[in-house]
Design a protein around this ligand. Structure first.
Ligand code: IMP
Length: 427
């Protein structure tokens, strides 16, 4: 009954979809446990690109049951469109299971997200404006509508009335906007979305436990990442759910003793979209090089990502927060062209050296990175399929990261394809 969690260890976009997709070969079920269509996974299979937002990456394998867990917030329009796109490309989505307890993102969530960001002005969080925060806020306020409500018109209407009791005055009086047309929502969601999604709606907690009881290996796939976590990230510049490994339990309905391993995924450098502190951020030509070579533009929103050197201080914190048992490093090939490669080993603040992350956010905003500089390898890695084919300087870089972080690096990404992971020996 093993369960493996895949968790991002930086600020997202580490390549979780690709790793999940690689590991999926040995799994029977892949469960998304939090987030919504703020996530975007790009997968390249046999040269064909797939962009997924809600459907777990394992859908590309015929033997996998892809599950959207209770911890996810679901925009029905987006999910329906994604299923249609995948189906048009010949991918069978009939195995997809959608938790009846997952919360719905409705049009007013998206509208409120955008309006709130606009109101914040220069202090905006840089959200994806997909309505994620407002949907989770309604969930916490106990006024959210859930996927199962799509199947019960009476409950759907009653709950909508309750939530619009406050949403409509906010739209009208705070933001000077038209109120939500409840009837239009009922028509679209009860008459169109509900029937279309009904075949997928299920008791996913029961399914997950049936699989575990049968001794199957399941994979729990997070979206976003450790430092976008609502509790442990760089608040308020975070998402509104718990991407950390602990979130996998609540978001899928299993207890911690079911978890057999936690695989942390990190880029060989760091990227971030949206606002918030970023100690190793680069504003020079190397930052531009990383954007250009790593194609660092959001899968979802197209925004240019901020880039910086690998931060071992953050990574040590990610090891603690997630109980990482191993690490996968992606995009090592992006560093191929550099003469030297830096790794942040500590922070400096008011003359003091810190090897762990400061708890106070104001300090994190002001720390200066302390770097170790290692020789680059100046060799294309993309053809490497085995560890011994990696140049000594690249192996030294990986060994240095392991020494800094204290957790083995078992896989190294050297290109976008799902086969482009070099497995490292277990010593
Ligand atoms: P939200 O999740 O749309 O509320 O956005 C909150 C923060 O999380 C913003 O800084 C977003 O850029 C960031 N974010 C949300 N989803 C992702 C993702 O999948 N990758 C990277 N950043 C993300």
């Amino acid at each position: 009954m093993p369960a493996t969690i895949v968790v991002g260890t930086q600020w997202g976009d580490e390549g979780k979809g690709k790793l999940t997709d690689t590991l999926a070969k040995e799994m029977t079920m892949v469960v998304r446990y939090q987030g919504g269509h703020n996530a975007g996974h790009t997968l390249v299979v046999n040269g064909e690109q797939f962009k997924l937002q809600l459907v777990p990456s394992g859908v590309l394998y015929a033997h996998i049951t892809p599950v959207i867990g209770n911890g996810v917030v679901v925009d029905p329009r987006v999910l329906i469109a994604e299923i249609a796109q995948l189906t048009a490309k010949g991918i069978d989505c009939s195995r997809l299971k959608l938790s009846g307890n997952a919360h719905l993102i409705l049009p007013y969530h998206q509208q409120l997200d955008a309006l709130h960001e606009r109101y914040l002005g220069k202090n905006s969080l840089g959200t994806t404006r997909r309505g994620i925060g407002p949907a989770y806020a309604d969930r916490a306020m106990r006024v959210g509508l859930r996927v199962q409500d799509l199947l019960d018109p009476k409950i759907f209407r009653e709950k909508l009335e309750v939530v619009l009791h406050t949403v409509n005055p906010i739209l009208a009086k705070v933001y000077n906007r038209l109120p939500v047309d409840a009837e239009a929502i009922c028509q679209e969601y009860l008459e169109v979305c509900g029937p279309q999604l009904a075949p997928y709606i299920a008791d996913t907690v029961g399914l997950v436990h049936d699989a575990l009881d049968a001794g199957e290996h399941i994979l729990l796939e997070g979206a976003q990442a450790t430092f976008l976590d609502l509790d442990h990230g760089t608040y308020p510049y975070v998402t509104s759910s718990n991407p950390v490994a602990g979130g996998a339990c609540t978001g899928s309905g299993i207890g911690p003793l079911h978890i057999s391993e936690v695989v942390g995924i990190a880029k060989a450098y760091v990227t971030r979209v949206g606002a918030g502190p970023f100690p190793t951020e680069l504003f020079d030509e190397i930052g531009d090089y990383l954007v250009d070579t790593g194609h660092e533009y959001g899968t979802n929103t197209g925004r240019r990502r901020r880039t910086g050197w690998f931060d071992a201080v953050m990574m040590r914190q990610a090891v603690r927060l997630n109980s990482l048992s191993e690490i996968a490093i992606t995009k090592l090939d992006v560093l191929d062209g550099l003469d030297t490669v830096k790794v942040c080993v500590a922070y400096e603040y008011e003359g003091e050296r810190m090897t762990s992350m400061p708890y106070h956010q104001s300090v994190l905003h002001k720390v200066k990175p302390v770097y170790a500089e290692l020789p680059g390898w100046k060799t294309a890695l993309t053809e490497a399929t085995e560890e011994h084919q990696l140049p000594p300087a690249a192996l030294d870089y990986l060994a240095f990261l392991e020494e800094q972080v204290g957790v083995p690096i078992r896989r190294v990404g050297v290109g976008p394809g799902r086969e482009q992971f070099v497995e490292r020996s277990r010593t």
